[in-house]
Write a protein that binds this ligand. Structure first.
Ligand SMILES: N[C@@H](CCC(=O)N[C@@H](CS)C(=O)NCC(=O)O)C(=O)O
Length: 222
C-alpha cells in the first residue's frame, strides 16, 4: 500500500514553500491545501481546527500528528529522511551553525511578519503603520547583514557543497519584503547562494508552481 501523504497547509509564497520544496527533494508524497491567513478572518477560520494560532505552515505527518513551526518542520524532515542530505547529521561539524541559523531566521526574521503582514496589530494610525513597516524592514535588513557576515561560507551553498534546508529557508524568506534587491545589497555572499537555489534544476517546477516570479520578489519595497 502506498504510504499516506503528508498534508501541507499554506498558500503559494507562504512559509509552506520551503517545506514543500524539502518534501519534493525527499520525494515524499504531499497533498497541499492552499490557505492564506494574511488575507483575513475567513482564511484564518479555516485553520482554527488544526492550528489555534491560525497560521501556516501546518504539516500533518503521515501518522496524523500535527506540526507547526517552519524551522522545526524543515529540521525534522532533514533528520527523518537522511537520504536527501538536507541537513548536517548529529555528529557533523556543521550541525551547530545549521541549527543556529535555522533558529535565527525563524525567530529574528520570520517572526516579524506577524507585524508586517498587518501593522495595525501594533499601530493605531496609517502613519504609525508606515513607520512600523519601515522599521521592521530595517531590522530584517540588519539581520540579513549580520547573518551574511557571520556565515562561514565555504562552498556552493550556505553550509558547504550540499543544498540544505537552510538554503531553502533563506531562499524563500529573502523573497519577502523588503525583497530581494535589498537582500542582495545587505547579504552579498548569501545572494549568490539564493540565486543558485532559485535556479536549482530539481526545484524549477516547484518554484514556478508555488512561488512564481510574477510575484515580483526580485524588487525592493518597504
Ligand atoms: N513561527 C511560525 C510563523 C508562521 C507565520 O507567521 N505564518 C504566516 C504566513 S507565511 C501567517 O500565517 N500569517 C498570518 C497571521 O499571522 O495571522 C512558523 O515559523 O511557521
Amino acid at each position: 500500500m502506498a504510504p499516506a501523504p503528508f498534508v501541507l497547509y499554506g498558500a503559494p509564497g507562504s512559509g509552506a514553500t520551503p517545506v514543500h520544496a524539502a518534501l519534493m527533494l525527499i520525494g515524499a508524497p504531499v497533498k497541499v491545501v492552499d490557505v492564506a491567513p494574511w488575507q483575513g478572518e475567513n482564511e484564518r477560520a479555516r485553520l482554527q481546527p488544526i492550528n489555534p494560532m491560525r497560521q501556516v505552515p501546518v504539516l500533518v505527518l503521515p501518522s496524523g500528528e500535527i506540526m507547526t513551526e517552519s524551522a522545526a518542520m524543515l529540521i525534522w524532515l532533514a533528520d527523518r529522511y537522511p537520504h536527501a542530505k538536507l541537513g548536517p547529521r548529529f555528529d557533523d561539524p556543521e550541525r551547530a551553525q545549521y541549527l543556529r541559523w535555522m533558529h535565527f531566521v525563524s525567530s529574528s526574521i520570520y517572526a516579524l511578519y506577524w507585524i508586517r503582514d498587518e501593522p495595525s496589530r501594533l499601530a493605531d494610525t496609517p502613519k504609525d503603520e508606515a513607520l512600523v513597516r519601515e522599521r521592521t524592514a530595517e531590522r530584517i535588513a540588519e539581520c540579513w547583514r549580520c547573518m551574511d557576515a557571520q556565515m562561514p561560507r565555504r562552498g556552493r551553498y550556505l553550509l558547504g557543497d550540499h543544498l540544505t534546508a537552510l538554503d531553502l529557508y533563506v531562499t524563500v524568506i529573502s523573497r519577502w519584503q523588503p525583497r530581494r534587491l535589498r537582500f542582495y545589497r545587505e547579504a552579498p555572499r548569501m545572494a549568490e547562494v539564493v540565486r543558485r537555489v532559485d535556479n536549482e534544476p530539481r526545484l524549477l517546477e516547484h518554484w514556478a508552481a508555488r512561488y512564481p516570479f510574477a510575484g515580483a520578489w526580485e524588487s525592493e519595497g518597504p
